[in-house]
Design a binder for this molecule. Structure first.
Ligand code: SF4
Ligand code: SF4
Length: 304
C-alpha cells in the first residue's frame, strides 16, 4: 500500500499542479452519459470513440491487475490562452504552441512512477495521457480535481481549465482515496456557450463535434459541410479564454509548457509562403505536426 501523501509530494516534484487518487473501478454513470452522447451522433466521424468503451470506463479492463489510478494535471495557461488580438486570422490553440504534451506529460509520469517505485519496488504501472481509451476527465472529477464545465471540459477552482491530464494506473492500493467535489462552479455563468463561434456547446455540457472548431481544424475533413473557423487554424480556445476561472488563474509555472512557436510572427502570408522545411523547423515536436502544413493552409483559406 502506498501512502497518498507520498504520491502527492512526488507528483508536485514531477511538475504537476494538481493530483488526486481514485480506486480502479467501473464508472457506470459516466459511461451511460457517453453512450447517450454517441447514440445521438455527436461524435460524428470520430469513430475511434466507438471502440473500447468498456476499457474507457473501467481501467481494470485496460490494465490487468490495476488497483488505483493517480490523476495528474498541469496548467499550460499563457497570455495567449486568454485570447488573440481582435481580427487575428491565424489563431492556434495555446497548448499547441509548446512542445507536444504527449511527450512531456509521459516524461513527467515516468519520473513520478520512478519515485513511487522507491517506496514500493514491486509497483507496476502504465502511464497514459490522451493516448489510451481512458475517461480522463471523469476520473479527474472523481478524484476531486474539479467539475465538468458547461463547455464539457474539466474546470478546477485554482487553475481553471487550461490543463493537461496524465494518469498512472498502478497495481497498488493507496491508503486514502479522493472524493469528487460536489460543487458545480459554473453556477449561472454561460460565457463559454455565449462565446462559442458556432454554437457547438449543447445542453447538458456536451459538445457537437460537427460544429466544434477544435475538432474541425485537426481531426475532421469537410464531409459535414463547411463551418466558420473564425480565424482558428489549429484548435480553438474561444470557450476557455472567456471562462472566469481562466481569467483569474495564475499563468503556468512549468517551463516545459512555454511556447516554442512565436505565433504572433506568423500571419497568413507567412503561412502561405512557408516551405515544408521551414514548417518542420518551426513546428517539429509540437502538436501542429498532427495536422501538417497543408491542413493548416486549408484552414487559413476557410470561408465557412
Ligand atoms: S473549442 Fe471553440 S468551437 Fe469548440 S466548443 Fe469551444 S469555442 Fe466552440
Ligand atoms: S465559462 Fe462559465 S459556464 Fe463555461 S466552463 Fe467557465 S465557468 Fe463554466
Amino acid at each position: 500500500m502506498i501512502p497518498k501523501n507520498i504520491i502527492i509530494n512526488a507528483a508536485h516534484r514531477a511538475g504537476f499542479d494538481l493530483v488526486g487518487v481514485v480506486p480502479a473501478t467501473a464508472l457506470a454513470e459516466e459511461r451511460k452519459r457517453f453512450e447517450e452522447w454517441m447514440i445521438e451522433g455527436n461524435h460524428s466521424t470520430l469513430r475511434y470513440l466507438e471502440r473500447n468503451i468498456e476499457k474507457r470506463f473501467d481501467a481494470r479492463l485496460l490494465v490487468e491487475g490495476s488497483r488505483s489510478i493517480v490523476i495528474c494535471a498541469v496548467s499550460y495557461l499563457s497570455h495567449i490562452s486568454r485570447g488573440y488580438a481582435e481580427g487575428c486570422r491565424t489563431k492556434i490553440a495555446s497548448y499547441a504552441l509548446a512542445r507536444d504534451y504527449h511527450l512531456t506529460i509521459k516524461e513527467m509520469l515516468h519520473s513520478l512512477a520512478e519515485e513511487l517505485k522507491k517506496v514500493s519496488p514491486d509497483m507496476q504501472y502504465r502511464a497514459f495521457t490522451d493516448s489510451a481509451p481512458l475517461a480522463e476527465k471523469s476520473l479527474a472529477v472523481r478524484a476531486g480535481l474539479g467539475w465538468i464545465g458547461r463547455n464539457s471540459l474539466l474546470v478546477t477552482p485554482q487553475y481553471g481549465s487550461m490543463l493537461l491530464l496524465g494518469e498512472l494506473v498502478i497495481n497498488e492500493d493507496v491508503d486514502i482515496y479522493d472524493e469528487p467535489v460536489m460543487k458545480d462552479g459554473c453556477g449561472g455563468c454561460r460565457m463559454c456557450r455565449d462565446n462559442c463561434p458556432n454554437g457547438a456547446i449543447m445542453d447538458n455540457r456536451l459538445i457537437d463535434t460537427r460544429r466544434c472548431i477544435s475538432c474541425r481544424t485537426i481531426e475532421r475533413e469537410g464531409e459535414c459541410g463547411a463551418i466558420n473557423l473564425d480565424g482558428w487554424i489549429f484548435g480553438c480556445d474561444a470557450c476557455q479564454s472567456v471562462c472566469p476561472y481562466n481569467r483569474r488563474a495564475p499563468l503556468h509555472g512549468n517551463p516545459r509548457f512555454d511556447a516554442v512557436i512565436d505565433v504572433t510572427s506568423l500571419d497568413e502570408d507567412r503561412w502561405r509562403q512557408m516551405t515544408d522545411e521551414e514548417f518542420a523547423r518551426i513546428a517539429s515536436h509540437t502538436p501542429l505536426t498532427r495536422a501538417g502544413l497543408e491542413r493548416i493552409r486549408a484552414n487559413i483559406s476557410n470561408k465557412g
